[in-house]
Design a protein around this ligand. Structure first.
Ligand code: KIV
Ligand code: ZN
Length: 513
C-alpha cells in the first residue's frame, strides 16, 4: 500500500447541507475551480436528485473540471443513480457515490428494512452504478454505530457488485480514535477482497474529533479522506481539509503520508468558501482563522522575532496567507494593481479589471493605506458574491440624538428602479426596513455581525447577516468603509441568496429516504 492519501472534498455537497450555506450555480463552479487549483483528487459536486439547482451545478462542474474526479451523490436506488450519472457523465473522470445506512437504529426506524433487504439493495444499486462506470464509491451510512459483522457483509456485497472505493462514515460524529482504529482493523480483517479497493472515511465533528479520527484512519490503511474547506458541513461540520493536510505535512515525521494538495492555495480557497456561503471562519480556527498566526503576548512576539520556530510550527505563507503589509495607495497605477491581483491568483477580464480599478481608486480616496485584505474584500464584493436580482443603487441615511433614523434608498430589482424611504429603531434598522419595503418581503433578521477587514481607524467594515423566511435561511456579507453601506450590501446579498434558495428548493435531503 502506497503512502498517497486521496483528498475527497465534499464542501459542495455535505458542506452545502449546513443551514444557510446554499450557493448558486455560478458560485459552486467558482468553488470547484478553486478546489481544482488546490489539488484535491475528488470533488463531490452535489446531490443531483435533490433539486434542479443541484443537478445543474453538478453538470456544469462535471463539464468544466479536468484535473479531478467529479462525484455525484445518490441514495442506493435506481432513480437516484440514473440522475447522478446524467449529471456527471460528461466529466473527464466521473464517480458515482451511492450510500445506504447500515446501523440497526437506521434500519429499524428510518429504512424499516431487514439486514437481508439492505444487502439486496446494496447489490442491486452498486451493480446498476457499475454499468455506467467502474468508478463507484459505496458508503455505509452510520457505519460507526453499525453491527460490525453486518458492516463487513455490506462492504463485501458492495465490493463483489463492483464498488472500487468503500467509505466508512462516522455520520453522527460519535466515534473516538481508539474505537475507530479497531473498527477499521475489524473491517480489514473481516472482509474478503478488501485489498482490491480504496478504503475511505468521512468523519463528522460532533465531538470535535473529526480530524483526529481521520488521521487515525490513515494510520490504519485508509487512503481516501472525505473533508471540507473550513470544516463546513451538517451540524458541527465535517473534518476540515486544511487541518488534515497540514497535520500530514507539518508532522510528516509521525504521519509519513502525502497528498496532492498545493498548500499555498488553502487560504484563498478558505476565503472564497467563506465569501460565497456567508459563513465566517471563527478567529481561532486552526490554519485559516484570523488569529491562527497572530502573536499577541509580548513574550511570544519577542520569541518569534528572535527565532520564528520558538512559537510557530509553520509559516503563514505556506498556507497562502498574505502578509498584511501595505500594498498599494493613492498613487499606485494600473500596473501595480494588476500585479497584486495576479499575486492573489485573480484573473479578471479587461472589463472586470477596469471596474475593479475604479473601485480600488475610490477606496484609496477613503482609506490612506490599502492592505491585501482590502483588495480581497473589494474583489469578493464585486465579482464573487451573487447579486443579480437585487442591487443597491444609492443610499442615504440620517440619524442622531434628536432625529428619527431614516433611510432613503434606490434599489434595482431585476432591472426596475424602486425608490423608498423608511424609518426604523436605529440607522441600520431603517436601512433594512427600506430594503424590505422596496423588495416587498419581510424576512426575519436572525443575526447581524460587524468585523473590521483590517486594523486602523479607517478600516473597512465587513458585515455578515443571517435572514430567515418560511423554512429558508440565507446568509449575506458586505463590506465598505461605511458601516451602514456595508450593512445594506450584506442584507441585499442575503436577499439574493434567499431568492436563489426559494427558486431551487431541495426536493429531497440525502439523509431522508
Ligand atoms: O455523513 C454521512 O454519512 C454522509 C454520507 C452520505 C456519506 O454524508
Ligand atoms: Zn456527511
Amino acid at each position: 500500500m502506497g503512502n498517497f492519501v486521496k483528498i475527497f472534498d465534499t464542501t459542495l455537497r455535505d458542506g452545502e447541507q449546513a443551514p444557510g450555506c446554499s450557493m448558486n450555480e455560478e458560485e459552486k463552479v467558482k468553488v470547484a475551480l478553486q478546489l481544482e487549483k488546490l489539488g484535491v483528487d475528488v470533488i463531490e459536486a452535489g446531490f443531483p436528485i435533490a433539486s434542479e439547482g443541484d443537478f445543474n451545478s453538478v453538470k456544469l462542474i462535471a463539464e468544466q473540471i479536468k484535473d479531478c474526479e467529479v462525484a455525484g451523490l445518490s441514495r442506493a436506488n435506481i432513480k437516484d443513480i440514473d440522475r447522478a450519472w446524467e449529471a456527471i457523465k460528461n466529466a473527464k473522470n466521473p464517480r458515482i457515490h451511492t450510500f445506504i445506512a447500515t446501523s440497526d437504529i437506521h434500519l429499524k426506524y428510518k429504512l424499516k428494512k431487514t439486514k437481508d433487504e439492505v444487502l439486496e439493495i446494496i447489490g442491486q444499486s452498486v451493480r446498476h452504478a457499475s454499468k455506467y462506470t467502474s468508478n463507484v464509491e459505496f458508503s455505509c451510512e452510520d457505519a460507526t454505530r453499525s453491527d460490525l459483522d453486518f458492516l463487513c457483509s455490506a462492504i463485501s456485497v458492495a465490493i463483489q457488485s463492483g464498488a472500487t472505493t468503500i467509505n466508512i462514515p462516522d455520520t453522527v460524529g460519535y466515534t473516538v480514535p481508539s474505537e475507530f482504529s479497531k473498527i477499521i482493523k475489524y473491517i480489514k480483517n473481516g472482509t474478503e477482497e478488501i485489498d482490491k479497493i480504496i478504503l475511505s472515511v468521512h468523519c463528522h465533528n460532533d465531538l470535535g474529533l473529526a480530524v483526529a479520527n481521520s488521521l487515525t484512519a490513515i494510520h490504519e490503511g485508509v487512503r481516501q479522506i472525505e473533508c471540507t474547506i473550513n470544516g463546513l458541513g451538517e451540524r458541527a461540520g465535517n473534518a476540515s481539509l486544511e487541518e488534515i493536510v497540514m497535520a500530514l505535512k507539518v508532522r510528516n515525521d509521525l504521519n509519513p503520508y502525502i497528498t496532492g494538495i498545493n498548500t499555498k492555495n488553502i487560504y484563498p480557497c478558505s476565503k472564497l468558501v467563506s465569501t460565497v456561503t456567508g459563513v465566517n471562519v471563527q478567529p481561532n480556527k486552526a490554519i485559516v482563522g484570523a488569529n491562527a498566526f497572530a502573536h499577541e503576548a509580548g513574550i511570544h512576539q519577542d520569541g518569534v522575532l528572535k527565532q520564528r520556530n520558538t512559537y510557530e510550527i509553520m509559516e503563514a505563507s505556506e498556507v497562502g496567507i498574505p502578509s498584511n503589509h501595505i500594498v498599494l495607495g493613492k498613487h499606485s497605477g494600473r500596473h501595480a494593481f494588476k500585479d497584486r491581483l495576479n499575486d492573489f491568483g485573480y484573473k479578471l477580464s479587461e472589463d472586470k479589471f477596469e471596474i475593479a480599478f475604479v473601485k480600488f481608486k475610490e477606496l484609496c480616496d477613503k482609506k490612506k493605506y490599502v492592505f491585501d485584505e482590502d483588495i480581497e474584500a473589494l474583489i469578493n464584493e464585486e465579482f464573487v458574491r451573487s447579486g443579480d436580482f437585487y442591487k443597491l443603487n444609492s443610499l442615504a441615511c440620517s440619524s442622531g440624538t434628536d432625529e428619527k433614523p431614516t433611510a432613503k434608498l434606490s434599489l434595482n430589482i431585476d432591472g426596475q428602479i424602486i425608490v423608498v424611504e423608511e424609518s426604523g429603531d436605529g440607522p441600520i434598522d431603517s436601512v433594512f426596513q427600506s430594503i424590505c419595503k422596496a423588495a416587498g418581503i419581510t424576512p426575519k433578521l436572525d443575526s447581524y455581525n460587524v468585523a473590521s477587514v483590517t486594523g486602523g481607524m479607517d478600516a473597512q467594515a465587513e458585515v455578515s447577516v443571517i435572514i430567515k423566511e418560511d423554512n429558508h435561511t440565507a446568509r449575506g456579507k458586505g463590506s465598505s468603509t461605511d458601516v451602514i453601506v456595508a450593512s445594506a450590501k450584506a442584507f441585499i446579498n442575503a436577499l439574493n441568496n434567499l431568492r436563489w434558495r426559494k427558486l431551487h428548493p431541495k426536493i429531497v435531503s440525502p439523509k431522508g429516504i
